[in-house]
Design a protein around this ligand. Structure first.
Ligand code: ADP
Length: 482
């Protein structure tokens, strides 16, 4: 049993539970989807009760299959905001999901204070984060602000909401990585910030206690210690064993999420990246730089569903590998504008360099290259901001299955790319955090020792400067289009 750790992975569209052994191998796993609600354009909500039901159901399922576990770790969709009654545990409103844009006007109003929010929290003043969502709930749920000030209501991101339920309403906590996504938490001083709370008119009485990402916080009703908590991207960084500054992970899903560990001092970005917590262990914070790409794997879906160039996602690799290069074609998939480092909402996608000889294999190759170029741009920003070269890029997510994409990525970054055997890195990270606190693993070195090796892609050393210059020129042409 000392060998087994349960991870709860509460995601945006499904709740999952996985039992891992000491080698990071999966012993049992289960997944359940739940409903998404779109009450108005730009609004996205979840039913907090459904989050709990789905999560408890998969937890019971894997425990029945794998037997007793030594500890439990939680990882969760970040920023999604829940407000509930302390005495009944009933939410006063549906959860407002991270994608929800209902607080755009409020963020615009607060724009003069953006530098202060950035200095304390490392974040951009954006509806994405939890703080303005909580403010909206206090403004719009009748009586909420008074009840919150009186200590009758509890706010939490999904980690808090889960712990509350797992402990029968005894424990109201959040970990430092989740606190760090609220716009209310000073990541330098590691505490809720009174000035930011005042700016958002949020009473401190509503807030959870902030705990380490690794450490026993409570026991579940079944007596399992809850010993690790981290937001999904932070858990993935930990699950990828990026324990040293300069190590980074990239998740290739619909979009990409790239985080680089920067050690024990937060690095301020000059390139519009976010400064965020990596995790906090034994009261000691570690920090990261974070950048995201809106369209990555989604481009491959688009080639399949909208363009009919391929019939399945894996086919993109066969076709792309059938040609030595993209034959001068560059695709910039700015379907929804461009994020870091360009931040141009008016950019739109383009394919440039078309000649008579360009065929669908070249399109597939250019598509893979565009995912790698966008990721490598983020790496370049992180290297500039941190003054540190990338030592290794660890990868996960659906599109990381593409060997060709990984090779192109290594070439463009000029650093090795490492793909673990078990790509369930988010859940694995939560398990590591919990197991580290309870003696399943002695140390991070012990984790590394027991982890599988995976596959490594070395940079070929080919000169990529001409390709970079084509990419840069294409990006310029994609900007300011809409
Ligand atoms: P998300 O969690 O964002 O839904 P996943 O991590 O499940 O994403 O990854 C799915 C994405 O990976 C899809 O956009 C798909 O196009 C891409 N993908 C899946 N398999 C492959 C493959 N073999 N080669 C390249 N891309 C792939």
């Amino acid at each position: 049993m000392k060998d087994r750790v349960l991870a709860l992975d509460q995601g945006t569209t499904s709740s999952r539970a996985i039992v891992f052994d000491r080698h990071g191998r999966t012993l049992a796993s289960a997944q359940r989807e739940f409903r998404q609600h779109y009450p108005r354009p730009g609004w996205v909500e979840h039913d907090p009760a459904e989050i709990i039901e789905s999560q408890l159901a998969v937890m019971d399922e894997v425990l029945a299959e794998a037997g007793p576990v030594h500890a439990l770790g939680i990882t969760n969709q970040r920023e999604t905001t829940v407000l509930w009654e302390r005495d009944t545990g009933r939410p006063v409103h549906p959860a407002i999901v991270w994608q929800d844009r209902r607080t755009s006007a409020l963020c615009a109003e607060l724009a003069p204070h953006a530098p202060r929010f950035a200095a304390r929290t490392g974040l951009r003043l954006d509806p994405y984060f939890a703080g303005t969502k909580l403010r909206w709930l206090l403004d719009h749920v009748p009586g909420a602000r008074e009840r919150a000030a009186a200590g009758d209501l509890a706010f939490g991101t999904v980690d808090s909401w889960l712990v509350w339920h797992l402990t029968g309403g005894r424990t109201h906590v959040t970990d430092a990585t989740n606190a760090g996504r609220t716009l209310l938490f000073d990541i330098h001083r590691q505490c809720w910030d009174d000035e930011l709370l005042a700016l958002l008119d949020i009473p401190a009485a509503v807030l959870p206690e902030v705990v380490d990402s690794s450490g026993v916080v409570a026991e579940t009703a079944q007596g399992i210690p809850i010993a690790g908590i981290a937001g999904d991207q932070h858990a993935a960084l930990f699950g990828q064993a990026c324990f040293e500054p300069g190590m980074a992970k990239n998740t290739y899903g619909t979009g990409c999420f790239l985080l680089m560990q920067t050690g024990d001092t937060p690095v301020r970005s000059d390139n519009n990246l976010l400064t965020t917590m990596a995790w906090r262990i034994d009261g000691r914070p570690s920090y990261a730089l974070e950048g995201s790409i809106f369209i990555a794997g989604a481009l491959i879906q688009w080639l399949r569903d909208e363009m009919g160039l391929i019939s399945s996602a894996p086919e993109v690799n066969e076709l792309a590998a059938s040609v030595p290069d993209s034959n001068g074609l560059v695709i910039v998939p700015a379907f929804a504008g461009l994020g870091a480092p360009h931040w141009d909402p008016d950019a739109r996608g383009l394919a440039i360099g078309l000649t008579r000889g360009v065929n669908r294999a070249h399109f597939c190759r250019a598509a893979l290259e565009s995912i790698a170029f966008q990721s490598a741009e983020l790496v370049r920003c992180m290297e500039k901001d941190s003054g540190r070269g990338l030592s290794v890029l660890r990868v996960d997510g659906g599109a990381a299955r593409s060997d060709l994409l990984m090779q192109i990525q290594a070439d463009l970054c000029g650093a090795p790319v490492l793909r673990p055997d078990n790509v369930e890195t988010t859940a694995l990270g939560a398990a590591y955090l919990a197991g580290l606190a309870t003696g399943v693993w002695e140390s991070t070195a012990d984790i590394v020792e027991h982890a599988g090796v995976g596959r490594r892609f070395e940079p070929s050393g080919d000169d990529v400067s001409a390709r970079w210059s084509d990419w840069d020129r294409a990006v310029e042409r994609a900007k300011h289009w809409a």
